[in-house]
Write a protein of this length. Structure first.
Ligand code: MN
Length: 176
């Protein structure tokens, strides 16, 4: 049985967003969600594909130095195991599953659980593909706004405002 990991990192950059990352073929395939995930099946959430991250980034909480769009505070909002559902073989997830533009999976996080889907649409926004992350209706769906109801780190218990440099300073050299 493959053990694959997902992580959601809240990121207070120039704009607050949540980075949703799925481990595939040894890297963290990533989307940025301006409004974060919703456990309400009626609320699909806009997601932009952003660059793959080193797998070790799953443990990063702290501050990314600088003044560009990617700098700012990072908090591990949720993390856990996930299972691909419509991936065929678990080999070459990155190549086969991601390119299909429709990924179904079950999350086993602290906050996010049950069945989910993320899919690519034809629409472009700012010249980029748009995706939507959506909760499927099951025992783990609901109507609470989970990013507001459960704002704290699953690792440190901190809120994004409580993150300081003491939690960690991002150093790219540690991730390549
Ligand atoms: Mn980010």
């Amino acid at each position: 049985m493959n053990e694959l990991l997902f992580v959601v990192q809240q990121h207070q950059a120039m704009h607050l967003h949540w980075d949703f990352r799925l481990e595939m073929d040894g890297v963290l395939v990533s989307w940025a969600l301006p409004d974060g995930p919703s456990i309400n099946p009626k609320e699909k959430r806009l997601a932009f594909r952003v660059e793959d991250h080193d797998f070790r980034y799953k443990d990063f909480e702290g501050i990314i130095p600088g003044n560009d769009y990617a700098s700012g505070k990072v908090l591990i909002w949720d993390r856990g195991r996930y299972e691909p559902q419509n991936a065929g073989s678990f080999c070459k997830l990155h190549e086969n599953w991601l390119s299909a533009g429709r990924l179904e999976f079950v999350l086993y996080g602290t906050k996010l659980q049950g069945a989910w889907i993320i899919f690519r649409t034809e629409a472009k926004l700012y010249g980029e593909d748009t995706w939507y992350l959506c909760k499927k209706d099951d025992a783990f769906s609901g109507t609470v706004e989970i990013v507001k109801a459960a704002p704290r780190s699953v690792v440190s218990g901190k809120t994004i405002d409580e993150i300081t440099a003491a939690d960690g300073i991002f150093d790219l050299n540690n991730y390549r």
